[in-house]
Design a protein around this ligand. Structure first.
Ligand code: ADP
Length: 495
């Protein structure tokens, strides 16, 4: 009998389900988008019941496509959109309101108020995070404050909070298991990443009752079994991680110095820093990568706000290209940008600069600057911003990057991948499997279920990647980086 690992990949816009076999190959796939709710400018909500029914729908569809019963599923792993907060009634199972999504800015003022009260260091030391509306804490407070009777119900222990994996597990076990994993807990801004417990001082500060919170468990562990009615029999739920951490695991970045970068609209870079949480002064986030076998592994995380977005801008606003893919050929058609730098600070610059007032610029234009030079400068900028983050990470954790694993839409760009390797002076690997996030959740669940014996067995399942070796001389790299820093200085000084 064939046995698979089922992954529920619960993203921001869609629910996906993938069944993986022992070789780490996807044998069945189903996906469905669900409703995005925008009640006011800058606000984003999801209906938790919609997420639940959509997720179960795609799970059943994936099983049907592979002609499987529950007996063919060795375990379930979950990868989920992070930070999004759900609160529901423990007796009725009804959410008290819509989920407040990670992108939602409704609590920006509440976050600013914490910063104004000088709480930045307090939160950074305990949670590894910069105070921001992005994380769950202020969202939970908002939901309790703006739902009639919720405060009292929460104090009486009638309500439960969870990020999406926690909500799904509670539903899958028909209310028997209320749990979250270390990686998701570390995105709530309530979790002490050193003691690996909810932080009592933070809960007191934000007046959030502890009774609301799930138990916290490793990312690879048997949390419970699905209710037999859902899939015709019980299936063990054995793994969960936030999507970015799951992707790091899916790329098999198991040791300190290994990193992954997702090149999408923005970039999400995570570097494994081993068993010690590295506190960042450059404004990177310190986060739990995963909990496995009784220990936690940490990561530094940084993001680039505008990455693929710069390519979209070339296409849609400047109309310099017809398709994103075309940018690779144009960029490669010239030797270099001729001294042109494009800083895509459309909405400010993140780590390590943190200047929300910075705006984009193009510097070094000459009469000879043409379309290919501008296109090349935009692609190079994605690589420079990634290099900025990597340099900050290396400096702060004292571990050099060994290799960079690449995924996401823009990683298809051969020019970008080669230039990335050149500018960081390290190998870039683009994995053959486009599903690193789901694969990470499969690996976590498969390890706890004994489907794979250990990390070595997992590494054997990896498909060969496209490898981009650095070819640029050190002198040239230093020259280009100096030019880039100059261009960045010119946009950050202006505010
Ligand atoms: P997201 O998940 O953020 O929507 P994707 O991983 O789907 O992003 O990637 C889409 C982004 O990647 C877009 O911003 C697009 O401009 C960019 N992109 C896609 N293909 C290429 C390419 N071949 N070269 C450069 N950029 C690309």
């Amino acid at each position: 009998m064939n046995r698979y690992i089922m992954v529920m990949d619960q993203g921001t816009t869609s629910c996906r389900c993938i069944l993986f076999d022992e070789r780490g190959m996807a044998v069945s796939f189903a996906q469905k988008e669900f409703r995005q709710i925008y009640p006011a400018p800058g606000w984003v909500e999801h209906d938790p019941m919609d997420i639940w029914s959509t997720q179960i729908g795609v799970a059943q569809e994936a099983m049907l496509k592979a002609r499987c019963s529950h007996r063919n599923i060795a375990a379930i792993g979950i990868a989920n959109q992070r930070e999004t907060a759900v609160i529901w009634n423990r007796r009725t199972g009804e959410p008290i309101c819509n989920a407040v999504v990670w992108q939602c800015r409704r609590t920006a003022d509440a976050a600013d108020a914490l910063i104004a009260r000088g709480m930045t260091g307090f939160f950074r030391e305990k949670t590894g995070l910069r105070i921001d509306a992005y994380f769950s804490a202020t969202k939970i407070r908002w939901m309790l404050d703006h739902t009639a009777g919720a405060k009292r119900q929460a104090e009486n222990g009638d309500l439960l909070f969870g990020t999406i994996e926690s909500w799904l597990i509670w539903r899958l076990t028909r209310g028997r298991v209320h749990v979250t994993d270390f990686s998701n807990a570390s995105r709530t801004m309530l979790f002490n990443i050193h003691s690996l417990r909810w932080d009592e001082e933070i809960l007191k500060e934000l007046d959030i009752p502890a009774a609301l919170l799930p138990a916290v468990a490793p990312s690879s562990a048997h949390y419970g079994d699905t209710d037999p009615d859902i899939f015709g029999g019980p299936i063990p739920i054995c793994g969960a991680a936030g999507d970015q951490q799951a992707a790091l695991f899916g790329h098999a970045c198991f040791t300190a110095g290994e990193a992954k970068n997702t090149y999408g609209t923005g970039c999400f870079l995570l570097m494994n820093t081993g068993e010690i949480p590295v506190s960042s002064k450059a404004g990177l986030l310190t986060t739990v990568a995963w909990g496995l076998g009784g220990r936690a592994v940490y990561a530094l995380e940084g993001s680039v706000f505008a990455a693929g977005a710069a390519v979209q801008w070339l296409r849609d606003e400047l109309r310099l290209i017809d398709t994103a893919a075309e940018s690779a050929f144009l960029a490669a058609s010239v030797e270099d940008t001729g001294g042109v730098y494009l800083v895509p600070a459309f909405a400010g610059l993140g780590a390590p600069y943190w200047d929300p007032h910075a705006r984009g610029s193009i510097t070094g234009l000459t009469r000879g600057t043409g379309r290919p030079h501008l296109v090349r400068a935009a692609l190079e900028a994605i690589a420079y911003r990634t290099a900025d983050l990597i340099a900050a990470m290396e400096r702060e954790c004292g571990v050099p990057l060994t290799a960079l694993q690449a995924d996401g839409g823009a990683s298809a760009n051969e020019f970008l991948m080669q230039f990335q390797a050149d500018i960081i002076g390290a190998r870039v690997m683009r994995s053959a499997c486009a599903e690193s996030t789901a694969l990470g959740a499969a690996y976590l669940a498969g390890l706890a279920a004994g489907y794979w014996a250990d990390e070595t067995a997992i590494k054997k399942t990896r498909q060969p990647a496209a490898v981009f070796e650095p070819r640029m001389t050190k002198t040239r790299r230093a020259e280009l980086l100096t030019g880039w820093r100059g261009a960045v200085r010119s946009v950050t000084n202006r505010s």
